[in-house]
Design a protein around this ligand. Structure first.
Ligand code: NDP
Ligand code: HSE
Length: 436
């Protein structure tokens, strides 16, 4: 059989990683796919830039549309990132009857509903395993492996850069900026690294996971997102004293009132396996009603781990080239006409427990004031720790752990506490999850 010709948009970290894996493992991959895969053309921005992969025999262009329009190419690997140009080229490729494999979570989370509908009309596939959790086959696991289950919730460390930063800060006391720079040099970070540290990248991925877990349309604009930039070394060490680790977690939960969709730093009991996932590794914990909890772990970023997912998707597409489009696994796991319109809960309706840290005046009655305010909002305290006096002798840091409460109540309590004369500055709030 003739080789399948593919075109690649982008030969950066993921694009070159994919070329290297496709080349090195060509024979093994062909045995799996049933056909040889030939990289016919690739688009880059700068033809002169040195690459970490060979490009012999590959026609290079600076025009991605040239790849999308080439009549010999059957599959496009979109590995350049961004949402606007990427969307236009992918739309063009689909309209030309080409299948698309992408690692671009921003593209899928923001334009996926439109792209999947167009792909269905044109009888082609848009595969996106590499868009979530790098090399972990989490899309396949949820979409196919857990298809028998009602998924109740999932929680994941789904940004490698953020986890790498938190781990290096905790284990080696390194400065935030230094570790971020190293993550960029290692090719882990997004083109705009605020996507990593402010939780936008994780929210893109969580949006995708929630859709395939619950059978709802992609709704990135409704995800609540908080980054890791405000976490201090003190918080990390106080959390550890209390038996917790701080991880940047994406949580999606189906409740009677709607779906929770939130990304934020989270205290997790250190006994949980996911609390011990360090460095660039990612992990996703999925709770199904039949199977119970399942945990998926692996490298969340980097050239070849991500290429592992890109190439696996490419193999899937090659295998499905001759299959009936109606009988393929649906893009969002559920049949397109069976997606549910469940509301995404506003964050003030979400219930979690909290870690609160504040600096207070070192005098009697302060704690009584704070507990009174929490009591007014029906928030009960699980633990209280008063830390040693800081250099400024009048200020004492205190840390409180609360039981679960609605975020709206906690917001009101925090505003009232911050208004007290005996409380200095703002209250640091970190949400807690037991993940039981
Ligand atoms: P890079 O910046 O390393 O590579 C981007 C590539 O796209 C470069 O080769 C660049 O060309 C090319 N490119 C960009 N714009 C254009 C354009 N207008 N025309 C032609 N070529 C263009 O990014 P990554 O490989 O890190 O990321 C690619 C995608 O994969 C993103 O969507 C990212 O979110 C996703 N991803 C990344 C992971 C990672 O670990 N890095 C993991 C999982 C997903 P040139 O080299 O000439 O500048
Ligand atoms: N910037 C992303 C991360 C790449 O660090 O997780 C993988 O999606």
């Amino acid at each position: 059989m003739k080789p399948v010709k593919i075109g690649i948009l982008g030969l950066g970290t993921v694009g070159c990683g994919s070329v290297n894996v496709l080349t090195r493992n060509a024979a093994e991959i062909a045995r799996r796919a049933g056909r040889q895969i030939e990289i016919s053309m690739a688009a880059v921005r700068n033809l002169e830039r040195p690459r970490i992969c060979g490009t012999e025999g590959v026609r290079l262009t600076t025009d991605p549309f040239e790849v999308a329009n080439d009549p010999d190419i059957e599959i496009i690997l979109e590995l350049m990132g961004g949402t606007e140009l990427a969307r236009e080229v992918v739309v063009q490729a689909i309209s030309q009857g080409k299948h698309v494999v992408t690692a671009n979570k921003a593209l899928i989370a923001t334009h996926g509903n439109e792209l999947f509908a167009l792909a269905q009309e044109n009888g082609v596939m848009v595969a996106f395993e590499a868009a979530v959790a790098g090399g972990i086959p989490i899309i396949k696991a949820i979409r196919e492996g857990l298809a028998a289950n009602q998924i109740q919730w999932l929680a994941g460390i789904i940004n490698g850069t953020g986890n790498f930063i938190l781990t290096e800060m905790r284990d080696k006391g390194r400065a935030f900026g230094d570790v971020l720079k190293e993550a960029q040099e290692l090719g882990y970070a997004e083109a705009d690294p605020t996507f990593d540290v402010e939780g936008i990248d994780a929210a893109h991925k969580l949006t995708i996971l929630a859709s395939i877990a619950f059978g709802i349309p992609l709704q990135f604009d409704k995800a609540m997102t908080e980054g890791i930039t405000k976490i201090t070394a003190e918080d990390v060490s106080y959390a550890e004293e209390l038996g917790y680790r701080i991880k940047h977690l994406g949580v999606a939960r189906k409740t009677d009132a709607g779906v929770e969709l939130r990304v934020h730093p989270t205290l997790i009991p250190e006994r949980q396996l996911i609390a011990n996932v360090d460095g660039v590794m990612n992990a996703v914990l999925v709770m199904g009603d039949a199977v119970g909890p399942t945990l998926y772990y692996g490298a969340g970023a980097g050239d070849e781990p991500t290429a592992s997912a890109v190439v696996a998707d490419t193999v899937d597409v090659v295998r499905a080239l001759t299959s009936d489009p109606e009988n393929r696994v649906p893009h969002l796991a559920f049949q397109p006409d069976a997606l549910e319109d469940l509301p995404i809960l506003p964050i003030d309706q979400v219930e979690t427990a909290y870690y609160l840290r504040m600096a207070v005046e070192d005098k009697s009655g302060v704690l009584a004031e704070i507990t009174r305010i929490l009591g007014e909002q029906e928030i009960s305290i699980e633990a209280f720790v008063q830390k040693d006096v800081t250099e400024e002798w009048t200020q004492v840091p205190i840390v409180l752990l609360t039981h679960k409460t609605k975020e709206g109540r906690m917001n009101r309590a925090i505003s009232a506490i911050e208004a007290l004369d005996c409380v200095y500055g703002s209250v640091m709030r970190i949400r807690m999850e037991t993940l039981d």
